[in-house]
Design a protein around this ligand. Structure first.
Ligand code: GDP
Ligand code: MG
Length: 162
């Protein structure tokens, strides 16, 4: 069984785009609409010596419950079964309350965590990172998944945990 890295975060932050970049596949459905990925999706990343599973999650907000955050059972399961959790946030939206509730859930699960600040293309990276630094996550990375930018340091950090 390969180690598991889960991509979690609000809808539309770029999890599926990251999944595709890491697995070099087009398996994950990328869409402009939030909430498109309904299930957990597994792919293998072979960009390190040690291959690992990447889990893409819907990261759904359950609208029927009206709750923000990691309310999707699928996302919860992904966090639970993973060795490393990559919390993905959107630099354009900035830090939102639902990011915080997702973070709380990950902390409760006591997992190794990386923060991926996505969509930093065209933004001032220092400004973007400063906003998210308040989360107190030691390992944070500026990335632009759709441009395949910033992924190498992320892979290195993941590699330390595998
Ligand atoms: P998910 O819901 O978290 O899986 O998000 P998706 O991967 O489906 O992406 C949502 C939208 O954000 C799509 O329109 C992507 O093309 C766009 N997107 C993803 N990554 C980036 C990025 O690095 N920069 C920009 N500007 N857009 C991105
Ligand atoms: Mg998706």
């Amino acid at each position: 069984m390969l180690p598991l890295v889960a991509l979690v975060g609000r809808p539309n932050v770029g999890k599926s785009t990251l999944f595709n970049a890491l697995t070099r596949s087009r398996d994950a459905l990328v869409a402009d609409q939030p909430g498109v990925t309904r299930d957990r999706q597994y792919g293998i990343c072979r960009l390190l010596d040690q291959p690992f599973f990447v889990i893409d999650t819907g990261g759904l907000t359950d609208e029927s419950e009206g709750l923000a955050g990691l309310t999707s059972a699928q996302s919860r399961l992904a966090v639970q079964e993973s060795d490393v959790v990559a919390l993905v946030v959107d630099a354009r939206d900035g830090l939102l309350a639902s990011d915080l509730s997702i973070l709380q859930e990950i902390r409760r699960a006591n997992k190794r965590m990386l923060l991926l600040v996505n969509k930093t293309d065209g933004l001032d990276i220092d400004t973007s990172m400063a906003e998210f630094a308040s989360l107190g996550i030691a390992e944070m990375f500026a990335v632009a998944a759709s441009h395949q930018r910033g992924l190498h340091p992320v892979l290195e950090a993941i590699g330390k945990y595998l």
